[in-house]
Design a binder for this molecule. Structure first.
Ligand code: SAM
Length: 350
């Protein structure tokens, strides 16, 4: 194609309109992929191909609406119709590997994004989110980043770990994964969101780990005020200090960490956080930053959560008399931005 041809195409109104509509196409597509997973349609089709009629019957769905939904997804290459039956495409199975991102960003925060206009106004308060889907989605994602990172930090703990405390445990996946990996381990999950707590209760029951995992429906600071007999030897707070920081300020995070140390002076603490570098042009030019971190950063400004930089956390840990025993980042094969950082902390020896 000559430069003249390219210029002619670019000046064509239809070409410009199609370009301008791409964000709408992907907005709708992301939302429909989320529904496809969340309504159990993907899982049903994974068992076997179905006619629309049998799929509608199996899931108690409106057949005509389902037909329109599936035809839409077929045009986007998510399903295909073969001999009157619906089949998952390879592309769809690949996307399913990363289902957690849809649960978090669409199920958890889809509503938040739509409220941003009204919540920009002075004194308008915080946008809503779906706490259950935030906890569930975050846990689904953590298989790729936070759980391997926590495992690697845990391996730097010199003592044997016998009792895990996971504060802000969401759907409880850390508790389940760690109990499966270490058969002697007992664990305790704390989750303030009722939906997240119920999801964790169900996940622990399904995993058959009720004997080894207990769950409490309270917040980080609420936990310190409640009487309990458990003696955890390591604590995980994964993407949770950012929540406490937004809700209770720096004083609240300090109160939580120092309260934990008073109660359990020898405990090891694993903190996982995402560093806020939204203003860093070089980092934000990375495709992973544009695909995930940019929209992720955005929602934090509207939902009473506060992401911070590594220096902030390291200064705060220092002030709590916590020593950084190890520091690591998410697996580079999953995310090469180094924006997801993990710390292993222990009380400073006097
Ligand atoms: C992003 S999710 C992280 C879930 C899980 N820890 C993970 O890494 O996948 C944040 C979790 O913190 C919980 N949370 C919010 N405020 C909290 C607080 N004040 N104390 C403890 N947990 C809190 C939320 O309900 C949510 O389940």
């Amino acid at each position: 194609m000559t430069k003249k041809d390219v210029k002619m195409i670019e000046e064509n109104v239809e070409y410009q309109l199609i370009e301008a509509l791409q964000p709408i196409r992907y907005h709708v597509l992301a939302t429909q992929i989320y529904h496809f997973f969340n309504e159990g349609i993907y899982d049903k089709l994974l068992e076997s191909d179905h006619s629309v009629e049998s799929l509608a019957k199996a899931l108690n769905l409106d057949e005509r609406k389902l037909l329109g939904f599936l035809r839409y997804l077929a045009n986007e290459g998510i399903v295909e119709f073969i001999d009157e039956k619906v089949r998952l495409t390879h592309k769809c199975k690949q996307i399913n590997e990363f289902r957690g991102w849809y649960t978090l960003m669409i199920g958890g925060y889809g509503r938040t994004y739509l409220q941003i206009g009204e919540k920009l106004k002075e004194g308008s308060g915080w946008a809503e989110r779906d706490g259950r889907q935030v906890g569930v989605g975050s846990c689904q994602m953590s298989k790729f980043d936070a759980i391997p990172l926590a495992r690697s930090l845990m391996s730097a703990i010199p003592n044997e770990c016998n009792y895990l405390l996971d504060v802000g445990c969401g759907e409880g996946l850390f508790l389940i994964e760690f109990c499966r990996a270490f058969p002697h381990l007992k664990a305790w999950g704390v989750e303030p969101d009722k939906g997240g707590y119920l999801a964790a209760t169900e996940a622990v029951r399904k995993a058959g780990l009720e004997e080894r995992i207990i769950l409490t429906n309270t917040s980080a600071l609420g936990l310190l005020e409640s009487p309990f007999k458990q003696e955890p030897d390591f604590l995980i707070v994964s993407y949770v200090l950012q929540e406490v920081l937004g809700q209770e300020g720096e004083a609240g995070v300090i109160k939580f960490l120092t309260g934990i140390l008073e109660r359990f002076p020898d405990i090891y603490i694993i903190v996982i956080e995402i560093e806020d570098l939204i203003e860093n042009k070089k980092i934000m030019a990375h495709n992973m930053s544009l695909a995930f971190y940019n929209p992720y950063y955005l929602l934090h400004y509207f939902t009473n959560q506060r992401l911070e930089k590594q220096e902030f956390w390291e200064r705060l840990f220092e002030g709590c008399q916590l020593e950084v025993k190890a520091k690591d980042f998410a697996n580079i094969n999953v995310d090469s931005t180094d924006l997801t950082v993990g710390y292993l902390l222990h009380r400073k020896q006097k």
